[in-house]
Ligand binder design. Structure first.
Ligand code: NG6
Ligand code: CA
Length: 500
């Protein structure tokens, strides 16, 4: 090799090393139904969350960051695909036997990170459908996470309150006995019962609405399921099981950059924490589930410390929708709430088009790159994570990929304090944020935290000035008709075309 060639080879090695140094591990801890003020660093009362608070102490806490929707499936769809869910039919809350709604081959957050050389894994709640819509749980269930960019998955297939109540690892039901095959139904009852409707008073946790079909682990669920007795999960052990899998994934991939999407079951219903967490808050089971969720976060943080990966790992903590109290089981969430305010003064919560539906805790830690104990009131949407993280790791996105995802890396790292120019919120209807303004399209939406009120927003919609009225109590659309019309027009335009 002549000198010039050697020099070129050396430069190329150095360049590779430099790029690799820009590729931190990425861990997204995605909690379920955790409201804006359900954790200590956002003002929780009656429950301590030292591990979540540690992320804030060592990182950047957002006060105006949003999931894309007020329920799980559309928020997760937007997070992974960088597309608002309203663009695709069938992206509402899915049943446990729905087919996968992210089309294999579509570029996604995990597929782009994989392209950049990351080991990619998802552990925990999925709820984006699995298989072709006719899943046979006794065989390999495909397509699934592997077809959209995840190398590894260990899943709660839908939700804790929906059948099938089994874990799925690399397409297969864990601990399935072939002699006891699984069947599920979301229509006609299958199995001999008794069902939740038959023995409501003999259940471990009684249902309040829905959730009255097949009984698993003493708790009746949404949907019917037969078989798979040995494979059925034990709710009390779920946090331990999935945290262990998340920790193992980190351990196994510590040598190369990894992306872990760790999606907790907590604090979704049924709230049945392990006995070591029961009574550890003043709020009953909902608060105890928050303590358990915080423990899961601690397992991840402690593993990063132990493996000396903390400095080279970008950790993001957030939630898939706003808070809910009675979501279908009698767990005394309302009765034991005390002075804890799950949405922290925001109006509405889960299922609601008001701010409480989508404004959620969002914290970013990356030592040396994100200032410790910092705060941002920039408008940020989880839909932007895909483009922002793709940009961080230096992978270019294909032409039409991630249609609504904007590169907000500067905002994510605390360098831009303004954030997105506008952001759509999805509940049953849509709303739009532009700076301090919030426009809500005419429709009926849920208000309160369960039990709910229905609020009808009449034509031409409602307008709130969040700088004066954070709780969305005073519709100022009448006095600001031009602003309202402008925002209605922008929302209609965004519905028609991609947001980039
Ligand atoms: C609702 C369920 C609720 C919860 C929700 C999905 C009833 C009466 N209610 O239909 O309990 O499962 O769906 O929650 O069945 S989410 O966080 O996954 O979006
Ligand atoms: Ca949820």
């Amino acid at each position: 090799m002549n000198t010039c060639r050697m020099l070129l080879a050396l430069i190329s090695v150095c360049a590779t090393v430099a790029i690799a140094a820009e590729k931190p591990n990425i861990v997204v801890i995605y909690t379920d139904d955790v409201g804006f003020a359900d954790v200590g660093c956002y003002g929780a009362k009656g429950v301590a969350t030292p591990n979540v608070d540690r992320i804030a102490k060592e990182g950047l806490r957002f006060t105006d960051a949003h999931c894309s929707a007020a329920t799980c499936t559309p928020s997760r769809f937007a997070l992974l695909t960088g597309s608002y869910a309203f663009r695709q039919k069938g992206t509402g809350v899915l049943s446990g036997n729905a087919g996968m709604i992210i089309k294999p081959g579509v570029p996604t957050l995990p597929s782009l990170l994989k392209e950049a050389g990351y080991a990619t894994g998802v552990v925990g709640k999925w709820h984006l459908g699995l298989g072709d819509g006719n899943a046979n749980w006794n065989e390999a269930v495909k397509p699934g996470p592997n077809e959209i960019g995840f190398d590894y998955h260990f899943l709660i297939p839908a939700t804790g309150d929906r059948v099938p109540c089994v874990y799925l690892e690399q397409n297969r039901v864990v601990d399935l006995d072939p002699a006891d095959p699984i069947e599920t139904s979301y229509g006609k009852p299958i199995g001999d019962g008794p069902f939740g409707t038959d023995i409501p008073d003999q259940l471990k946790q009684k249902w309040s609405h829905g959730h009255n079909s097949t009984i698993v682990n003493g708790i009746s669920r949404i949907g019917f399921m037969t078989g798979g007795e040995k494979a059925r999960w034990v709710d009390e052990d779920m946090a331990d099981v999935i945290s262990h899998k998340a920790v193992s994934f980190i351990e196994q991939h510590q040598e190369k950059p990894f992306f872990l999407y760790f999606s907790t079951h907590d604090i979704h219903v049924p709230r049945v924490p392990h006995s070591r967490f029961v009574g550890k808050s003043t709020m009953g089971l909902r608060g105890d589930a928050i303590v358990q969720m915080d423990w899961c976060v601690g397992e991840v943080l402690n593993t990063l410390d132990r493996l000396k990966l903390t400095d080279n790992t970008l950790v993001i903590f957030s939630s898939d929708n706003g808070p809910v109290l009675d979501d279908g089981y009698v767990d005394m969430a309302n009765e034991k709430l005390g002075d804890h305010d799950p949405a922290g003064g925001l109006r509405g919560g889960k299922y609601s088009v008001f701010e409480g539906g989508t404004r959620v805790p969002f914290i970013v830690r990356w030592p040396g790159h994100v200032d410790a104990a910092s705060e941002s009131d920039a408008l940020f949407g989880q839909v932007d994570l895909a483009a922002s993280l793709a940009s961080l790791v230096g992978v270019s996105r294909p032409e039409k990929a991630l249609p609504d995802s904007q590169n907000e890396l500067d905002t994510l790292l605390g360098e831009d304090s303004v954030g997105r120019p506008h952001l759509v919120h999805e509940a049953k209807s849509l709303a739009l944020r532009v700076g301090k303004w919030k426009y809500i399209a005419p429709a009926t939406s849920r208000d309160k935290l369960g039990p709910w009120n229905n609020v009808k927003v009449e034509k031409p919609g409602a307008l709130y000035d969040l700088s004066r009225d954070r709780g969305e109590l005073h519709d100022v659309g009448g006095a600001n008709a031009d602003k309202l019309a402008e925002m209605a027009k922008l929302l209609a335009a965004l519905q028609d075309q991609n947001d980039r």
